[in-house]
Design a protein around this ligand. Structure first.
Ligand code: AMP
Length: 206
């Protein structure tokens, strides 16, 4: 019986590396989870990985100070976590990067790490959602998931950080011809269809 990993492996000889760029509340996590089921490619959320360190340890306390205030955790710390995760066998088939990279420096470090392995980023999906909708979504998520950073102060800090530190990645990857824009205002099912269409076109062209 062939696994989902075999399906992707047969369609794409090298690992499929896809980056999702979008402000908080754009739907990156929701879409990545569905895509993991559809393509068998692991979902790497640096937000989830960082939250998993919040267990009372010294590292967890440092991480909390960044997450709770809506600031980015230091690049070296994030890279250490990502590289450890990428070395796990399931990532041989590819990875869906959710919330990573978030700075040009992280993107450069990822490129270098992949390049050493003869690997590279295949596609960057830019999820576009209007600011007002983002705030509404994040505030309603705070009622359901009780995330400490889904409060008004932290939300506005995270949106500011997105525009100043993460949005420049669209030019960085745009210069490499890797960026595809996705209308994140559409219904989740429609967003999913649009993303799968773009991924399938990438697979067909590879
Ligand atoms: P997220 O779950 O992606 O919204 O991330 C929640 C928080 O984790 C962010 O506001 C940052 O404080 C931190 N974080 C997640 N990913 C990164 C990253 N790639 N670089 C730095 N900080 C990050």
């Amino acid at each position: 019986m062939s696994s989902q990993f075999d399906v992707v492996a047969k369609r794409h000889a090298s690992p499929l590396r896809i980056i999702f760029i979008g402000p908080p509340g754009a739907g990156k996590g929701t879409q990545c989870q569905r895509l993991t089921d559809a393509y068998g490619i692991p979902h790497l959320s640096t937000g989830e990985m960082l939250r998993a360190t919040q267990n009372g340890s010294a590292l967890g306390k440092v991480v909390s100070s960044y997450i709770d205030s809506g600031r980015l955790a230091p690049d070296y710390l994030v890279m250490r976590i990502v590289i450890k995760r990428l070395a796990q066998p399931d990532c041989a088939v590819g990875s869906l990067f959710d919330g990573f990279p978030r700075t040009i420096h992280q993107a450069q470090m990822l490129d270098e790490w992949l390049d050493e392995k003869g690997d590279s980023v295949d596609l960057v999906l830019s999820l576009q959602v209007e600011q007002e909708t983002l705030v509404d979504r994040l505030l309603s998520r705070s009622r359901i998931e009780m995330r400490a950073d889904d409060n008004k102060e932290s939300i506005s800090a995270r949106l500011r950080v997105f525009h100043s530190q993460t949005a420049p990645l669209l030019d960085f990857y745009g210069a490499k011809g890797l960026v595809q824009a996705i209308n994140g205002m559409a219904a989740p099912d429609d967003v999913f269809c649009e993303i799968t269409r773009v991924i399938d076109a990438t697979l067909a062209g590879s």
